[in-house]
Design a protein around this ligand. Structure first.
Ligand SMILES: [Zn+2]
Length: 247
């Protein structure tokens, strides 16, 4: 049972929250739903959060968070004893992992901004794990030298400290924004009337539900670790954010 009522999702509102109190909305095979959660449900190329959910008599380890029945579903370790619906709980995410994911996600958006601005190529796909990511571009060719050049240009931009802003705009407005059109805002289901936009002001702007750092300074440095061809007009670049916390 997913439980009745919605889940208040805190991650898209404040990506820097690492704990939150709530109640069990419902339990199902392998996991549970909460009425309020700090866990990010896997989506838009960003992995789901892991962490712990604790209540008076016990706790469970959350090994993934996915979207199920339209709500974040906290997947628990096998053999876990689940709390009853209605139980008051506290959720705590693995913040180190999440923060690294936020740096990686913002790095990917900055990368797509630089590639479009300097080379006019659009993104065709992408994915990330905490600290590493890949992105595919509509480029005719790619080389190690090109990868090195992009690495240099991207790092040059990151240290400028572009602020990252979250904007919510009406669908009709979003559909007329050139940057959002380029990043295929029209593919968002029609029932979504408010579009969440991640605006790395002056560098990249796209509709996105993920969690990001406040400034490109927090990303630190990135390395382009691999470039490869995935077919005509589809070239892949793999990046890594350096592990050290930049601040
Ligand atoms: Zn994104």
């Amino acid at each position: 049972m997913a439980g009745t009522g919605p889940t208040e999702e805190l991650a898209p509102q404040d990506s820097y929250l690492s704990t939150a109190e709530g109640h069990v909305l419902g339990v199902a095979e392998g996991g549970l739903y909460l009425d309020r959660t700090v866990f990010y449900a896997r989506g838009g190329g960003q992995p789901g959060d892991v962490g712990t959910i604790t209540w008076d008599e016990g706790s469970v380890e959350v090994v993934d968070t996915v979207r199920q029945d339209g709500k974040p579903f906290h997947v628990v370790a096998e053999g876990s004893v689940l709390p009853d619906p209605g139980t008051a709980v506290e959720g705590v995410i693995d913040w180190e992992r999440r923060y690294l994911t936020m740096r990686t996600h913002t790095a990917l958006h900055a990368l797509s901004g630089v590639i479009f601005r300097d080379f006019g190529a659009k993104v065709t796909g992408g994915n990330m794990t905490p600290g590493e990511a890949r992105m595919d571009f509509e480029l005719d060719a790619i080389s190690v030298e090109f990868g090195n050049e992009v690495e240099r240009r991207l790092n040059e931009e990151l240290v400028k400290g572009y602020p990252t802003e979250i904007i919510v705009m009406a669908r009709e407005i979003a559909l007329q924004d050139p940057d959002l059109i380029r990043t295929k805002v029209n593919l968002i289901p029609e029932f979504v009337t408010d579009i969440r936009v991640v605006d790395i002001k002056g560098l990249d702007r796209q509709a996105d539900g993920g969690t990001h750092v406040h400034s490109t300074l927090e990303v630190g440095r990135i390395e382009v670790v691999k470039t490869e061809s995935k077919g005509k007009a589809n070239k892949r670049m793999r990046i890594r954010v350096t592990k050290a916390d930049p601040l």
